[in-house]
Design a protein around this ligand. Structure first.
Ligand SMILES: Nc1ncnc2c1ncn2[C@@H]1O[C@H](COP(=O)(O)OP(=O)(O)OP(=O)(O)O)[C@@H](O)[C@H]1O
Ligand SMILES: [Mg+2]
Length: 275
């Protein structure tokens, strides 16, 4: 309820920004979180069509926001804008957090753990793939990240355990890769976590174990998760439903089900399985 109140307050403000565009750049907002203000995006020039169209919503700090929608609706593009991989063609995003000043893609990355659809595995040991760039490895945190990502059984079966090399010369499966990317994000222990279909290559049992483990980590972090499986989405504090690059609905699982609209149609075939 509190989240919906925040969202409503924010939506009212955004209507003001839309009619008084000059206020957009100068505004300082008292609400902590990420403000997405009238964001549009196209990959090509003016002739190309927009992938995102005038998107405005608010991601409250310390809460989990799920982004859902059909394939091609713009979910990954929106997440890459949040991560400043892409600059919006119109509009802006604002990180309302005094610790992130003059935010750019590079300093934002210090505060973010991201598991993207096309995440990279380096040709190096599993340990280095999880603790990327760490000078002194925090072994307690490494153990925790291995446990949460449920990659322990896989590592235990390798002859060199954590020091086994993976990468181009030592291929691993898509699911193992996703587990290592999740472990990497958890090891970093960031303020913001971004997951784009982070468990899509895993069986539903592994997915359930990992998301159950993640709940503890998600506490007090700002989490943005793109997922298809209802079991992953339904516990989110708020769900943003994208359709053809615009926001169709925002709410939580219960309120969106009641709407019987885009979200309901997206998930209805999963409802019997999950309930
Ligand atoms: N690099 C790119 N260049 C041009 N068009 C792109 C590029 N990446 C994505 N698109 C297009 O932008 C639209 C939105 O893509 P996006 O990857 O954001 O969708 P999505 O909702 O994440 O889909 P999925 O569920 O399949 O991952 C699609 O029509 C896609 O073809
Ligand atoms: Mg995508």
């Amino acid at each position: 309820m509190e989240d919906l109140h925040i969202q409503n307050e924010y939506t009212t403000k955004l209507k003001h920004y839309t009619t008084h565009k000059n206020d957009l750049k100068n505004t300082t907002n008292h609400l902590k979180g990420i403000a997405i203000k009238n964001v549009s995006f196209r990959f090509g020039g003016f002739q190309s069509s927009s992938v995102l169209n005038d998107i405005s919503f608010f991601i409250p700090e310390g809460k989990t926001t799920a982004i859902v929608g059909e394939s091609g609706s713009g979910k990954t593009t929106l997440m890459k804008i949040l991560l400043m991989h892409y600059t919006p063609t119109n509009g802006m995003i604002e990180y309302n957090n005094p610790e992130i000043k003059n935010v750019s893609h590079l300093n934002l990355m210090d505060h973010c753990g991201a598991v993207m659809q096309n995440g990279t595995i380096f040709s190096d040991t599993i340990e280095k793939n999880i603790t990327v760039g760490a000078k002194n490895i925090d072994y307690q945190m490494l153990d925790k990240s291995i446990y949460i990502s449920n990659i322990g059984p896989f590592i235990a079966n390798l002859p060199l355990s954590l020091t086994t090399k993976i990468g181009i010369e030592h291929p691993i499966s898509g699911g193992e890769k996703q587990k290592i990317l999740i472990a990497r994000a958890i090891y970093k222990n960031p303020k913001y976590l971004f997951f784009d279909e982070a468990t899509s290559a895993l069986d539903s049992n592994n997915e359930r174990i990992i998301y159950d483990n993640l709940q503890e980590c998600f506490k007090n972090k700002t989490v943005v998760v793109i997922a298809n499986r209802l079991s992953t989405i339904k516990s989110a504090d708020q769900i943003v439903v994208l359709k053809d690059g615009t926001i169709a609905e925002i709410g939580n699982h219960q309120s969106l089900l009641k709407n019987k609209s885009t979200y309901y149609n997206l998930v209805k075939h999963q409802l019997d399985v999950c309930n």
